[in-house]
Design a binder for this molecule. Structure first.
Ligand code: SAM
Length: 307
């Protein structure tokens, strides 16, 4: 049950999409002074070493943040949302070499203002311990930052936090979908969250894989948004498949997996600037991360039905 470790995947193309969207939404919401409740229901370990075994073995970060980092060097046309994301990654790498990757808790912690709060959930025993250590370090580094960590189920924990007293919240829901039941649990949680606090900005990451529940998830979330009269935004990034006959043959014999090629973010109550920001960022990102045929991006939005 506890086999997923984000250290193997940190900084891959899915993290690039997710963290770009997360930061762009947060930047917009922080234009107002009122305090924000930030909730990360599946936080992971918080920050990752890219020069250690997990990242080196999978090679996913090299093809994700590594490729984007290199692509941006000396480029004057980097779109502002990508620049903001790269600056946040650079803040974790003060000597200029890309050795650390900030997970979502690190990205959110970096931007906390005194009036904001960050609630993290992580139930993997090892990653929970690593995150606990990170949170202590951030709390020393940024004494104004109000961060809590619960090493518990984030979906159940989210319900208890809503509605937030400031009536402003940004919620990231980022399961690994190891369990098939995660899909239904996410839909049920978002449904209840909207019922408790319909104005929250909810960002849900999902994989684009050949599994019925994965295809159904964004449709079910859009339907929930419509039902509650809320706007939604759907952004997807597919890096395509590298033509590699040997790899394909090995995968057909069950020796290796072909890996995740595409993922998406379904955002309920997106800031109104987010669609445009992602439309400027994603083509540029795809140029850097493209692996081969099938590479594509899309950003679609929807309004609630008019009464
Ligand atoms: N959000 C992180 C980021 O962007 O850096 C990555 C999170 S990773 C995809 C998913 C994490 O959720 C894993 O560390 C896993 O142990 C944890 N997890 C799985 N189910 C959980 C649950 N119900 N509650 C809290 N954490 C959970």
């Amino acid at each position: 049950m506890f086999s997923y470790r984000h250290a193997f995947h940190a900084g891959n193309h899915a993290d690039v999409l997710k963290h770009l969207a997360l930061l762009a939404a947060l930047q917009h919401l922080q234009h107002k002074d009122t305090g924000l409740w930030l909730v990360d229901t599946h936080a992971g370990a918080g920050q990752y070493r890219l020069d250690h075994d997990a990242a080196q073995t999978s090679g996913e970060a090299a093809a994700g943040i590594g490729a984007l980092w290199r692509h941006a060097q000396g480029q004057a046309d980097t779109p502002p949302p990508v620049r903001a994301y790269l600056e946040a990654v650079a803040a974790c790498n003060p000597d200029g070499a890309l050795r650390h990757y900030p997970g979502s808790p690190a990205l959110l912690a970096q931007r906390l203002r005194p009036q904001d709060r960050l609630a993290l959930f992580e139930w993997h025993p090892t990653d929970g311990r690593l995150l606990d250590r990170q949170v202590r370090a951030w709390s020393e580094q940024w004494p104004h930052a109000r961060i809590t960590l619960r090493r518990d189920d984030g979906l159940r924990g989210l319900r208890a936090l809503l509605p937030p007293p400031t009536r402003r919240a940004l919620v990231l829901i980022d399961p690994s979908y190891e369990l098939k039941t995660d899909y239904a649990a996410v839909v049920a949680t978002v449904g209840e969250a909207l019922h408790r606090f319909a104005q929250g900005c909810y960002l849900v990451w999902y994989p684009l894989i050949g599994r019925e529940q994965a295809h159904a998830l964004p449709k079910r979330l859009r339907a929930l948004a419509q039902h509650h009269g809320r706007t939604w935004l759907q952004a997807e990034l597919n890096v395509g498949t590298r033509p590699d006959p040997q790899r394909k043959a090995a995968a057909a014999r069950g020796r290796v997996t072909t890996g995740l090629r595409a993922s998406g973010m379904l955002i309920i109550n997106p800031p109104y600037t987010l669609a445009e920001r992602l439309r400027t960022a994603l083509p540029w990102v795809l140029n850097a991360l493209r692996q081969g045929p099938g590479a594509a991006w899309r950003v679609d939005g929807g309004e609630p039905p008019r009464a």
